[in-house]
Design a binder for this molecule. Structure first.
Ligand SMILES: NC(=O)c1ccc[n+]([C@@H]2O[C@H](COP(=O)([O-])OP(=O)(O)OC[C@H]3O[C@@H](n4cnc5c(N)ncnc54)[C@H](OP(=O)(O)O)[C@@H]3O)[C@@H](O)[C@H]2O)c1
Length: 317
């Protein structure tokens, strides 16, 4: 498929989203909040997936104050696969449909921590929680024409490696290596899912996007958790390269809605090697392009979810 990219794709260029239902994870902050603001402004009903209903309600109020729209909160803690399963069940029962899943939530480079089921936090939240959520919501997406699922990755994919022999970093934890692994997993999963959807003749599109460098709570939260003062200094020095959260959200909004996007597409800011600028097709880390690695990640992730949630039923594409 050949596509002509618009020179400047802004949220105002987003096709009308009236009648579409979107779930955004991590919707109370940064790129998730800005994505919700843009989607609801174009008429979508947006489900704000947040760690607590209180956070979702605070985000809803903020969005209502700045224009509003159809917004509802959903409790979703990606560090707990039971919470992911419950959120997917609630969505099935309460809404029975879904047009867009924006797998946006993330945590970056904390000291070693574990999820409720004992997975390394970044692998667990950034990849495994979203993997399970996506798998569980596939039937709803497949029932809707034009449905899309977008995994939010990062430039950290380029230095990431999938350590299949130690995905939970039990043999040694490097918080940046673990972040890179989780963000590589995001894009590898997105591409593998698209292969499977294509093979199954499904109309759902799976895509990935990264924001470049965007001013959100990601870096402050990382510095606060790790106490890394050198990193705080580096972020201050890099300040001019950082773009607003609203700009940073554009690649994922492009992937989620633009007519010019493609199934299996990967988008990021188009300037300074992908650090900032308007959405453009972005280079994928070579490791994520390997179908064998993608398929292996799928199988391993499925096994981990089944091990953590006995009796789990996982829909196939
Ligand atoms: N900002 C950047 O420069 C940058 C660069 C590359 C990639 N990214 C990616 O962009 C995405 C969004 O991050 P952001 O920059 O918008 O950062 P942010 O402002 O810190 O937002 C992250 C969101 O993820 C949520 N989250 C964290 N752990 C969660 C969990 N266990 N369950 C559910 N939600 C959880 C946070 O909730 P709480 O508020 O409750 O913590 C928050 O809503 C991430 O995937 C990140 O890796 C960002």
């Amino acid at each position: 498929m050949t596509t002509t990219m618009p020179v400047r794709w802004t949220a105002a260029a987003m096709p009308d989203q009236t009648g579409r239902l979107a779930l955004i994870t991590g919707a109370n902050s940064g790129l998730g909040l800005e994505s919700a603001r843009a989607l609801v402004a174009r008429g979508a009903t947006v489900l704000l997936g947040c760690r607590s209903l209180a956070k979702a309600e605070a985000a809803r109020r903020e969005l209502l104050a700045s224009g509003g729209g159809d917004l509802e909160g959903i409790e979703l803690d990606l560090a707990n696969l039971e919470s992911v399963q419950a959120a997917a069940g609630l969505l099935r029962e309460r809404y029975g449909r879904l047009d867009l899943l924006l797998a946006n939530a993330g945590v970056m480079a904390p000291p070693r921590r574990l999820t409720r089921q004992g997975f390394e936090l970044q692998f667990g939240v950034n990849h495994l929680g979203h993997y399970l959520l996506t798998r569980l919501l596939l039937p709803l997406l497949q029932a809707q024409p034009g449905a899309r699922v977008v995994q939010v990755t990062s430039g950290a994919q380029y230095f990431g490696r999938l350590h299949f022999d130690d995905l939970n970093a039990e043999r040694g934890y490097d918080r940046w290596a673990a972040y890179g692994q989780s963000k590589l997993a995001n894009v590898a999963f997105a591409l593998d899912l698209q292969r499977r959807l294509t093979a199954a003749g499904s109309g759902v599109w799976s895509l990935a996007a990264h924001p470049g460098l965007a001013r959100t709570n990601l870096q402050p939260a990382s510095v606060a958790a790790s106490g890394a003062r050198l990193e705080a200094l580096a972020y201050r020095l890099m300040h001019p390269l950082f773009q607003s959260a609203a700009m940073g959200a554009l690649p994922q909004l492009f992937a989620a809605t633009a007519a010019e996007a493609e199934p299996g597409g990967h988008y990021g800011p188009g300037r300074f090697g992908g650090l900032n600028g308007w959405p453009a097709p972005a280079r994928v880390a070579p490791a994520a392009l390997d179908p064998a690695q993608g398929a292996r990640l799928w199988e391993v992730s499925e096994g981990l979810c089944r091990g953590a949630l006995p009796g789990l039923e996982l829909p196939q594409p």
